[in-house]
Design a protein around this ligand. Structure first.
Ligand SMILES: *Cc1c(COP(=O)(O)O)cnc(C)c1O
Length: 256
């Protein structure tokens, strides 16, 4: 009998995702080649990437609203660094909500780039609640929060209103609930909690917030370069992206 694993991640995936992705490893789209031995620039794989990126925006209700979806490598943990690299203005500051282990890890990375204000924290109560009535300075480059605190088990039910960009780490609750996702400017999530195998990270970005830091960004860490390259700046993690696409299709067939 198939067993269940209740841990946060890597997660249980739908059986049909395993069946279809196993088939694609043996013979992808009846090409007589494996998904793992075709070019990522081939028509068949480009279609996988395009479909996965489009389906993310469709499921989040973000089509035609100026957003782009990327499938990057490096895990959600790399986004802790890429977010300040791409958003924190030189001599600027950023605002963070400290709600647990992952929020803390994000704060640690931001500190390399500039003033990192912790605008609310539940640390003193071992992170057993989400701080309310927080004040977000309007001159900060962005506000960062964690929608679901995987280790402490608290989840944000609503999000502060502010006119600076809002960045949210949704690694462990993406695609698990309906929200107005247009209240976020960047959403990121490691695939392995809710979407697919480890090895890719979904990043959804409102394009207009980029390009404003005044700092040089190394190519692999530059969201604009990844967007321009349609999420194929370098060889993408083809199997995790394909399996994620299958999970998203499964989800869409269930009603989204
Ligand atoms: C698991 C987790 C991460 C870390 O993800 P990696 O892909 O392993 O880097 C970050 N944030 C949250 C909320 C998580 O649950």
């Amino acid at each position: 009998m198939k067993k269940h694993n209740y841990s946060a991640g890597p997660c249980i995936l739908p059986q049909e995702v395993f069946e279809k992705s196993a088939q694609a490893i043996l013979n992808f789209n009846n090409s007589d080649l494996s998904l793992l031995e075709i070019s990522h620039r081939s028509k068949d794989f480009v279609a996988v990437m395009d479909d996965a990126r489009a389906l993310v925006l469709e499921l989040l209700g973000l089509e035609n609203k100026g957003y782009q979806a990327l499938f990057l490598a490096g895990g959600a943990s790399l986004e802790f660094l890429m977010v300040p690299y791409n958003l924190m203005k030189v001599d600027g500051k950023a605002a963070y909500l400290d709600t647990g282990t992952w929020a803390n890890n994000a704060i640690k990375e931001a500190k390399h780039f500039g003033e990192t204000l912790v605008v609310g924290s539940s640390k003193e109560a071992n992170y057993n609640y989400i701080p309310k009535n927080i004040e977000i300075p309007t001159d900060a480059s962005y506000f960062h929060c964690t929608s679901n605190n995987t280790i402490f088990g608290t989840q944000m039910k609503s999000f502060p209103k502010t006119n600076i960009p809002v960045v949210c780490d949704m690694s462990s609750d993406i695609f698990s609930r309906t929200l107005d996702f247009s209240q976020f400017d960047i959403i990121y999530a490691g695939a392995q909690k809710n979407m697919g195998p480890a090895g890719t990270t979904l990043v959804v970005i409102k394009e207009e917030i980029l390009g404003k830091t005044g700092r040089y960004i190394p190519s692999m860490l530059d969201y604009e370069k990844h967007i321009k390259a349609e999420s194929m700046y370098n060889t993408p993690p083809v199997f995790p992206v394909y399996a994620s696409l299958l999970t998203l299709q499964w989800l869409k067939n269930l009603g989204g």
